[in-house]
Design a protein. Structure first.
Lengths: 196, 196
DNA sequence: AGAGTAACCGAACGATCGGTCGGGACAAGG
DNA sequence: CCTTGTCCCGACCGATCGTTCGGTTACTCT
């Protein structure tokens, strides 16, 4: 079979090591020397698998962005009442954040110093904008409280969800992804829903 | 008088320039060359005013931390029902974040690569913990919904508030600090308060 | 006028940066 | 046995890093 695995590095396995170091030290604060120590191979060997430091960043943020944009293509995000599609997207965002935690973490921290980073920021803005449209639609259908501006509410909700990357850790007997998603939905919509 | 101002740099005026660049490029992504270009003086001249790059970081995060811890010393944060003290702290946090925006922004982005950064992270944890105690007290007094764990709720609320540094800009005719504070309180407590 | 000092500069320091180069070890296929 | 290709290495490259140093303005005080 062609998929017999090796015990050597592939671009993917090397990426998982690199992303972990990037998240600990920051992308700019990580040198190729740091990566080689963490991976257990020499600095020059890294270039056998990937073109360079920036390609590692590009692969990482691409993976995160693919996960997020994938949500918007799912059936429950495209059909139904806006407020229910929004709740589905919020719940799935938490799931994707926790499932692809290191990659999304890196994505949320890029500053825009290189072309790759600026491209990532642009795609992020695209995603944010599409979710904002969903909230706008829910507001138009009268399903969310009218006393908080849609644009402002979107940013605050994104802030709450994205903050997961600052403290959520999948291992250990901490809290499960399902429990976190439920709490986020409770908090977000307990404040967003029009009072009955 | 002794306070006659000069048109040359002081450690404080230089700091304001440096913090702005740090926030645009990231601390690790900013070189002394970048700072000298932004300040309009030579690289070596910077060392006439401050000891080095890390002192600029230390001054900046200290200012942010002083602002935050100052909140907890205020009268409304120390006396009264826990849920009301909490609401006051949340409102004041938004005010401090907007007033000291660049400094708090920098504080919230340190990764822990140097002693200064690790010290900043430790003091941040202190502050977070004290606010968490406030929420815990409000829960004990029965003023917040019991179906979301206190520790989890604290982190999510902090995430929402701290996300201000990602998009709030004081200039222009955007939205005022008062309006933002009100929206945050509405969203946070509209979800936190026990339903009537 | 002269002394003192704050503010600034260009040039250079050793260290480290991301990346290149030529080659060695080793397994597979003939 | 010999080739081929994968995987890896130490040594090195020019560039840039944060920082230092010797020296030059320009203003203040006496």
């Amino acid at each position: 079979m062609t998929t017999v695995k090796r015990d050597t590095y592939t671009p993917e396995t090397l990426l998982s090591v690199a992303v972990q170091v990037f998240n600990e030290r920051g992308y700019d604060g990580t040198s190729m020397e740091h990566l080689s120590k963490a991976a257990g191979i020499s600095k020059s060997s890294i270039y056998h698998h990937v073109a360079g430091k920036e390609e590692l960043l590009r692969r990482a943020v691409s993976r995160a962005l693919d996960g997020l944009f994938g949500i918007l293509d799912e059936e429950h995000a495209r059909e139904g009442r806006a407020v229910e599609r929004l709740e589905y997207v919020v719940r799935r965002m938490v799931e994707v954040l926790t499932a692809e935690l290191p990659y999304v973490t890196l994505l949320l921290r890029v500053r825009g110093n290189t072309d790759t980073e600026r491209w990532a920021l642009e795609r992020r803005r695209d995603f944010d904008h599409q979710v904002a449209e969903l909230l706008k639609a829910a507001a138009a259908e009268g399903d969310v409280r009218p006393d908080v501006e849609v644009r402002l509410a979107t940013r605050l909700v994104f802030g709450m969800i994205n903050s997961l990357v600052e403290w959520y850790r999948p291992d250990g007997r901490g809290m499960g992804e399902r429990e976190v998603a439920e709490a986020v939905v409770q908090l977000v919509f307990g404040g967003l829903r029009k009072e009955l």
